[in-house]
Design a protein around this ligand. Structure first.
Ligand code: SAH
Length: 260
């Protein structure tokens, strides 16, 4: 279930764009009707009182689903002037499956991977996961994702799924699926990605799924199950990375391989 829209109703973060000085606000897709954005009371307050915009002033409205518009304040509404070209999104869709790390480590994973362009994050309960998160945690991660998306000028707020067990999450089956394994003789992720020569052509539909394990690593049955579900085991290099570092490295390698 994607609750991100309800978050947009609550969060109106200010972002100062150094190029255009235009402010951005997040809107729910349903607020856009016939070329008008029907502003909520909170949004009107934010635009007029906090940002001090006046009638006729322009700002950027983003729906968190990849679309944004140049809009002009007109009373309780805003007039859509033009759709804006999305230039900050990756040409591939990346789903990151992360075994929940200890403490607040997942906050950092959500923040960094959102900055790096992830599309969807699936928190995973693995055999060696110590943490079983509360529903408040999920809300917190979604808020962090929304903030990080605005900060990094993305027009898409990543979806944070409800935590699921690793075996359930294996059914996210897709054409390019990798499981990062810290020890063993596995090919490097960067070499696997480079072999996908057609990746840059047929890019719109392409989805990459990548899984990283907890502090204690994946158990052997987990790795075997993943392989049986079509995941390719990969290395992220010769050093053992922390559970919080591994997803950031994996995301960086994917963006380096597929961004033109
Ligand atoms: N304690 C484990 C390592 C866990 S590291 C051990 O000593 O073997 C946490 C997770 O980060 C791993 O499950 C893996 O998914 C990922 N990871 C860390 N370093 C990696 C590497 N060099 N290559 C691939 N994955 C790595």
């Amino acid at each position: 279930m994607d609750l991100s829209v309800s978050i947009f109703d609550l969060i109106f973060l200010k972002f100062q764009n150094p190029m255009s000085q235009l402010q951005r606000i997040a809107i729910a897709p349903s607020q856009l009707q016939q070329g008008q954005i029907l502003l909520t009371k909170e949004q009107q307050h934010y635009l007029e009182r906090v940002l001090r915009l006046r009638e006729g002033d322009r700002f950027i409205a983003m729906d968190g689903k990849g679309k944004s518009w140049l809009a002009q304040l007109a009373g309780e509404q805003a007039q859509v002037l033009e759709p804006l070209l999305v230039e900050t999104e990756l040409p591939v869709s990346i789903t990151l499956m992360v075994a929940l790390p200890k403490g607040n480590g997942f906050d950092e994973v959500v923040r960094c991977c959102t900055e790096l362009g992830v599309t969807c994050i699936a928190p995973v309960l693995s055999d060696r996961t110590l943490l079983h998160p509360s529903p408040q945690k999920l809300e917190r991660w979604r808020r962090i994702a929304a903030e990080a998306a605005e900060q990094s000028e993305r027009s898409f707020v990543p979806t944070i799924l409800e935590p699921v067990t690793f075996n359930t999450s294996l059914s996210f089956a897709n054409s390019q699926q990798y499981i990062c394994v810290a020890r063993g003789e596995f090919p490097h992720l960067k070499d696997c990605l480079q072999h996908k020569g057609q990746m840059t052509n047929d890019i719109g539909q392409e989805t990459i799924v990548i899984a990283t394990g907890p502090e204690g690593g994946w158990t052997t049955p987990e790795i075997e199950n993943a392989i049986a579900s079509g995941f390719q085991p990969v290395s992220l290099g010769r050093r053992i990375l922390r559970a919080v570092t591994a997803p950031v490295v994996a995301l960086s390698l994917i963006t380096a391989a597929c961004e033109v």
